[in-house]
Design a protein around this ligand. Structure first.
Ligand code: ADP
Length: 517
């Protein structure tokens, strides 16, 4: 890597890659944290949904308690006078209540049993009452503080739940125990709230701790594990479970993590591709700048040599120092040759700059390729043979005409002949050949010169390109000749290919597809 490239690429890496890498590392490390946070927020939301169901139960309890306290007030808290008949409408409305027990105090001396289908008799009730003494005492304390709490009592029974509440006025206190049939309560009282809270997205179910009793309102989630569980306040032996329909919470989080990861990877790939493209463009531009500066020095050198020769021989002739006619003719010939060379260089530079500016235009007409090549052959034959070249033209007769701009095509062919001569060494042989194969017309320019290596083959048509090793170093040129050739050939909708072997020679083959039929 040269130093200019280094100067550009290091800041580029620092400015683009470093922030991208740091950001990605930060994102990757914080991905877990973020997902955990999202999970926590989500779990909280699910808990809120479950809490709303528990709160609804509390409201139901409050309503029951106030109905019962009105009934008790009607008898000045003499609960023994309260009959089942009187409570019938209330019991009909709340079918989950299977028994109401009114008790005067912790000793269970005075009581009134209102049985609406319970299987539990007075003895068992007393036992439950005794074993929950502490809880009931606590309810008394709450009442003193002005808080009427409904307390679930402990028992072995998983089918029904006993709830205790103290109903009181200023003078009297009545312990009221409600026995609730859990199944009926969940199916009739909670069901609408559960369905409402679950909505379209979630499924909520109730299950007993022993797994024996389960109340599921959505068959689609049968057998799936809940995302969040929460106890049912009213029934401590049961809990509520909530889960996302379709996918699980952990699946959802994993999907998010996966998507984020993919986005980070794609983002990095784009940045890396961008940097590689920028790097390549810069490298190409730097190379081009270097080639351009080589071109300037090449051209200066190319122009200086003929100019120096012309001025030297012209001055010698001017001074009249050349006596012999023969020498004078030789000098005139050199001056003419060198000025031709000069005009060829200038013409090719002009031609190239027209191409670069997109201003090169072509005038096409159907022409005989042999006529064009013959004209060039005749013009160059004398000069090349003089220089020691064997110059051959093999033409196939009666070729169909091709659609061509004769002038531009001649320029391209001359450039190829010029190169064939320039890059020949000991075997000075140049052959031009035209022929037809299938529907195409071919023109070949072959030399037995230094040849072109495989790697250079790709680049010789690039602007300013010159092979930088071996003999070519000593051969003059601008690196524009083949660029012009390629442009002309492309404009003719023709193609050019190269067969070449180092030290054996090269054949440039042009084939024209646009043929008069
Ligand atoms: P130049 O002015 O250098 O001749 P060109 O564009 O005509 O520029 O050619 C590009 C390069 O291709 C040359 O510098 C030379 O290395 C190589 N080249 C072109 N023609 C031939 C050939 N007939 N034999 C060997 N090398 C060639």
């Amino acid at each position: 890597m040269n130093s200019t490239l280094k100067k550009i690429i290091i800041p580029l890496l620092l400015v683009v890659m470093l922030p991208a890498i740091s950001y990605s590392v930060y994102e990757l490390t914080s991905l877990n944290e973020t997902e955990e946070m999202i999970e926590e927020i989500y779990v909280n939301q699910l808990n809120t949904v479950l809490n709303s169901i528990n709160q609804y139960s509390d409201l139901v309890n409050a309503a029951w308690t106030s109905t019962l306290s009105v009934a008790l007030e009607n008898h000045q808290y003499d609960f023994t006078k309260l009959s089942k008949n009187e409570l019938e409408p209330f019991l009909n409305l709340n079918r989950s209540i299977v028994q109401i027990v009114f008790v005067d105090n912790l000793d269970f001396q005075k009581y009134n049993l209102v049985n609406a289908g319970s299987e539990i008799g007075i003895e068992e009730l007393k036992n439950i009452f005794q074993s929950n003494n502490e809880k009931i005492e606590r309810l008394y304390r709450y009442i003193e503080e002005g808080y009427r709490k409904v307390e679930p009592l402990d028992s072995d029974n998983e089918k029904t739940q006993f709830l205790a509440v103290i109903i009181s006025d200023e003078r009297q206190q009545v312990i009221t125990i409600l026995e609730i049939d859990i199944s009926t309560y969940i199916q009739e009282t909670l069901r609408p709230v559960i369905l409402e809270a679950a909505g379209e997205e979630f499924a909520i179910y109730c299950i007993s701790n022993s797994d024996e009793y389960k109340f599921n309102f959505d068959d689609t989630v049968d057998g799936k594990q809940p995302d969040v569980k929460s106890p049912l306040w009213l029934f401590p032996k049961y809990e509520l479970g909530i889960l996302l329909k379709g996918r699980t919470l952990s699946g959802l989080i994993a999907e998010r993590t996966y998507t984020n990861l993919i986005i980070i990877i794609i983002m990095n790939l784009i940045i890396v591709t961008g940097v590689v493209i920028i790097y390549r463009t810069i490298r190409k531009e730097i190379k081009l700048a270097q080639i351009k500066s080589d071109f300037v020095s090449n051209v200066s050198h190319e122009l200086r040599t003929p100019l120096a020769l012309i001025s030297m021989f012209a001055e010698t002739l001017e001074m009249g120092r050349v006596r012999s006619e023969e020498k004078r003719n030789e000098y005139y010939q050199i001056i003419s040759q060198e000025s031709n060379r000069l005009s060829r260089i200038v013409n090719s530079i002009l031609s190239f700059s027209k191409i670069e500016a997109g201003k090169r235009t072509y005038n096409f007409s159907f022409t005989d390729i042999n006529k064009i090549v013959k004209q060039i052959y005749d013009n160059y034959k004398f000069h090349l043979e003089n220089e020691g070249y064997k110059f051959i033209f093999e033409a196939e007769d009666n070729l169909p005409e091709i659609n061509a701009d004769s002038e531009a095509l001649s320029e391209a062919i001359i450039n190829l002949i010029d190169n064939a001569a320039k890059y020949s060494n000991d075997t000075k042989e140049i052959m031009l050949k035209t022929y037809q194969k299938n529907q195409n017309i071919f023109l070949e320019i072959t030399d037995k010169g230094i040849g072109i290596s495989k790697e250079d083959k790709e680049k010789i048509f690039d602007k300013f390109f010159r092979v930088s090793t071996g003999l070519v170093h000593n051969t003059k040129g601008t690196g524009l000749g083949l660029t012009i050739v390629k442009h002309v050939i492309d404009a003719h909708d023709a193609e050019i290919e190269l067969d070449s072997k180092v030290n054996e020679g090269s054949t440039f083959r042009i084939f024209f597809k646009s043929v008069k039929t």
